[in-house]
Design a protein around this ligand. Structure first.
Ligand code: IFM
Length: 392
């Protein structure tokens, strides 16, 4: 390894999530919230990127660019549209995606739950419901045959973000001043950790691929006198989840930004450093800071960067941001942090939850009428980094 190269067999990939790209996910909680009166969603997910039908084209783009990894998620509401009613066709669909990855030389990383739940679950307890532990255990059993040949299985995506926002996914709460993420609700955090553990127990019992969860990771910065609120925020948002991952096979980290603290708590990022879509601070080096912190809490845990990216209309800036982020990651790895791969968010411009389709995180643009995919220069750039296994 040189100052800008990565370890042998490093995974280089890009990610999507079911509800953000498949389209027609009419049977989950988000669809219902998107269509509710006074919905906080600016628009409906609708046909999204039509990846339910176009997933092969998506995999061809990933493999064609020279990347070696694809991360995607399963949609529970398609697999179990009503409680106890199983769609074998939906399970086959996800099985074919795993096979399609393998056929193209891509390492599949599958997430069982990426924010969405079936409507029937939303109306009978949701994530904190008493029966949800048994239900996620059963869903994990159902899903496992579809993802058995994946390289990694993640139970729940960003439970630490889900605990922050009851309507999760959009990081900006419209109409409010954006200061950063608030602190997670402790009862929801504990419920989600419990659900992760129920899902893990099933995966372990059935000899699954390496399994774990994927967490939002942040850089925490003390601007002076902010130690106390900063430590409290980090303990709630990061450390309790990292500690709960002890004994898992890996932790996925999804890193976009930093939070700054003063004596009164969270400080808003400078306006000229806020990113287009979310008002988050543009802070590429947060990638290195967050993986380093995870390694101090869990020194023996393999880490995967399962998301990192920027919502911008300026693709040159996406390349600059990602290059800076990767340089910082490289330095962390050189210092001994065990990071096994980097997965960029996202392959496609897709449905960014409450913010709709306006934020563009993709390496590939998607025409909203025809679903035609148009690769941006950043896709070829990241593929070249993957081929070289370094920044060059
Ligand atoms: O789009 C989301 C994704 O679903 C989860 N992690 C953050 C991304 C960008 O906001």
């Amino acid at each position: 390894m040189t100052a800008s190269s990565f370890p042998e067999n490093f995974l280089w990939g890009t990610a999507t999530a079911a509800h953000q790209v498949e389209g027609g996910n009419v049977n989950n909680d988000h669809w219902e919230m998107e269509h509710a009166e006074h919905s906080p969603f600016v628009e409906s997910s609708g046909d999204a990127c039509d990846s339910w039908h176009r997933w092969e084209e998506d995999l061809d783009l990933v493999a064609g660019a020279g990347l070696n990894t694809y991360r995607f998620s399963l949609e529970w509401s398609r697999i179990e549209p009503e409680e106890g009613e199983v769609s074998r066709a939906a399970l086959d669909h996800y099985r074919r995606i795993v096979d399609g990855c393998r056929d193209r030389g891509l390492t599949p990383i599958a997430t069982l739950v990426h924010f969405t739940m079936p409507r029937w679950l939303m109306h009978d307890g949701g994530w904190t419901g008493q029966k949800t532990g048994d239900r996620i255990a059963r869903f994990t059993e159902l899903a496992l045959p579809a993802v058995r040949d994946a390289a990694y299985v993640a139970t729940i995506n960003e439970p630490n973000l889900m605990a922050v926002q009851p309507v999760i996914g959009g990081m900006a709460r419209r109409g409010e001043e954006i200061k950063g993420l608030p602190v997670p609700d402790q009862a929801v955090s504990e419920a989600l950790i419990g659900l992760h553990q129920r899902s893990m127990a099933v995966l372990r019992g059935a000899g699954s691929p390496p399994a774990g969860m994927t967490l939002v990771g942040l850089e925490y910065i003390d601007e002076g006198g902010g130690q106390e609120p900063m430590q409290a925020a980090r303990a709630a948002m990061m450390d309790q989840f990292l500690t709960a991952a002890e004994g898992d096979d890996f932790v996925g980290l999804q890193i976009y930004t930093a939070q700054r603290f003063g004596p009164e708590g969270l400080i808003a990022p400078p306006a000229d450093q806020q990113t287009l879509a979310h008002g988050m601070e543009r802070r590429p080096r947060a990638l290195s800071a967050a993986v380093r912190h995870a390694a101090t809490v869990l020194p023996d845990m393999p880490l995967l960067v399962t998301e990192n990216g920027i919502a911008t209309a300026d693709d040159e800036d996406r390349i600059r941001f990602t290059s800076d982020a990767l340089q910082s990651l490289c330095e962390a790895i050189a210092d001994g942090v065990d990071v096994r791969g980097y997965v960029h968010w996202s392959l496609l411009d897709n449905f960014e939850w409450m913010l709709g389709f306006a934020p563009t995180f993709g390496l590939v643009a998607v025409d909203r009428e025809t679903f035609t995919r148009t690769p941006k220069p950043s896709l070829a750039w990241l593929g070249e980094v993957a081929r070289r296994n370094g920044l060059g």
